[in-house]
Design a protein around this ligand. Structure first.
Ligand code: UDP
Length: 471
């Protein structure tokens, strides 16, 4: 069991960003929350500190609770390789995909429970009756029964699901239901992900959010973007602008670690850039993005494709990262030379998550089009991040991306995630038509302000905690 350090962030920075009514609601909800949580601790538990949407969410928004005097902690369980292979299998099944086809029988239940039983021992030392524990995703839901027996209020937040449940999702539900149903409430990122068999009235849909001020999403000027990309080795230009960003604690950060970039030629200055940034997970379909770029984006547009993700060894609960990356390289090697020279695969350094975030921020801002061609997706924070930066997005119409993008208004949704040709056409249209791309980007940013910033998410969570305690 590890603990992530959380910064204390002043929630009043939202006062100038939100309209008066929204700010007043948020402020009121934090005050109520602080009164309710007096003498208690809000403990979030998940299985990785780095990589992926849940780590991003927790690292960026919990600080506002601390800033509002709500005692909050983030604990991270450790697991064995076998455990993470099993939880990855469950992850696929919850997405409605077969995954590795392995069993979910008594031996797997024994493995799952024994790893969590060992993690429960140090966890129990940190929790007192009346505390609130929020468990994130299938990796840790198995802790719910013991935490409840300890006298904690337990909420399980499931960030993954299938738009239409099938036999695969039901297999995972059957495996996890005994533990999940012991939580006082179950939160899903979308209403469509809610499971059969959970008690009605205890299930809520709360989409995640982004933090507008974090290194991942803070405003950056063009010089800063160029400076950061040059400093990390993601552009062919010599560095001119400063490679700096503002750290969470307000100090100045500097990007200096080098990104490992696999490319035949560096990204030319001024070339249109199409980007997908994701963990190296087959469900993100990086290879499919490369193929749709090769087949559907005409050479005369001069566009370049950047496929970026974390250094694979840095994401503890993602055992497939290195293999997925190898497969992507094989796929790119098979493309014609004229295309290969326009594709850049970037493994971003993860030693300093704030530096990594600043590079992601700069890359998203440098992009003319941001793609998320996932075959399945829980929510897709990368889409919210790009929309916040007023980037036009092209995403598969799966999972939470359908809740974020209004097709043709704030981005483009492609109905069939396997339809590489449709992706190619949508990307090319946006590279060609800058004024349409800008209009989509502006609408995208407005939609994030309305729906996917931290105040809304935190207020909804605090309301849920109040209702759980009242019940
Ligand atoms: N991300 C990152 N560094 C990387 C690649 C991804 O910080 O090198 C972040 C990305 O910006 C986003 C999160 O990881 O905040 C991915 O969340 P998303 O919901 O898109 O997908 P998940 O990984 O949870 O399936």
């Amino acid at each position: 069991m590890n603990e992530a350090e959380l910064p204390s962030l002043d929630p009043s920075r939202f006062e100038t960003m939100l309209d008066f009514e929204r700010w007043r609601r948020f402020d009121r909800s934090l005050r109520r929350g602080a009164a309710l949580m007096e003498g208690r601790t809000l403990v979030h538990v998940n299985s990785t500190m780095n990589g992926g949407g849940v780590a991003e969410l927790l690292s960026s928004v919990l600080g506002y609770l601390l800033g509002a005097r709500i005692c909050s902690r983030w604990l991270v369980v450790e697991g064995t390789e076998e455990f993470f292979v099993l939880t990855k299998r469950i992850h696929y099944l919850l997405h409605g995909k077969e995954g590795d086809g392995g069993d979910l029988g008594p031996a797997e239940a024994e493995l799952y429970q024994s790893v969590l039983a060992a993690e429960f021992v140090p966890l129990a030392e940190q929790i007192k009756p009346g505390d609130v524990v929020i468990l994130h995703d299938p990796q840790v839901v198995g802790l719910a029964p013991q935490l409840r027996d300890l006298g904690a209020y337990v909420i399980w937040n499931c960030h993954v699901g299938a738009d239409v449940p099938n036999e695969h999702s039901r297999r995972a539900w059957d495996f996890l239901l005994p533990a999940a149903s012991r939580a006082h409430a179950q939160v899903f990122s979308r209403a469509q992900y809610e499971w059969d068999g959970l008690e009605a009235g205890r299930v809520v849909a709360i989409p995640p959010c982004i933090d507008a001020f974090s290194p991942k999403n803070q405003a950056m000027g063009r010089d800063q973007v160029d400076g950061i990309l040059a400093a990390t080795g993601l552009s062919g230009q010599p560095r001119t602008g400063a490679a700096t960003f503002t750290r969470v604690d307000g100090s100045r950060g500097q990007v200096f670690r080098t990104t490992k970039v696999i490319e035949e030629c560096p990204l030319p200055p001024g070339a249109p850039v199409v980007t997908q940034i994701s963990r190296w997970d087959p469900l993100k379909d990086h290879a499919g993005v490369a193929r749709s770029f090769a087949e559907g984006v005409p050479l005369e547009l001069g566009a370049h494709l950047v496929l970026a993700g974390p250094s694979p060894e840095a994401v503890a609960d993602d055992p497939e990262g290195a293999t997925t990356l190898d497969e992507l390289w094989d796929c790119i090697a098979s493309l014609p030379a004229s295309i290969r020279s326009r594709v850049h695969v970037a493994c971003l350094p993860m030693q300093d998550t704030e530096e990594n975030a600043a590079v992601v921020n700069a890359l998203q801002r440098r992009s003319d089009v941001v793609v998320q061609k996932s075959l399945a997706e829980g929510f897709g924070l990368t889409v919210a991040e790009a929309m916040w930066k007023a980037r036009p997005t092209v995403a598969s119409a799966v999972g939470g991306m359908q809740d974020q993008i209004s097709n043709g208004v704030s981005g483009v949704l492609v109905d069939d995630p396997e339809d590489g040709c449709a992706f190619g056409v949508a990307i090319s249209d946006l590279v060609r038509d800058r004024s349409r791309a800008d209009a989509l980007g502006e609408a995208a940013r407005a939609s994030v302000v309305d729906n996917f910033l931290a105040p809304r998410y935190l207020s909804r969570y605090l309301e849920l905690i109040a209702s759980v305690m009242a019940a």
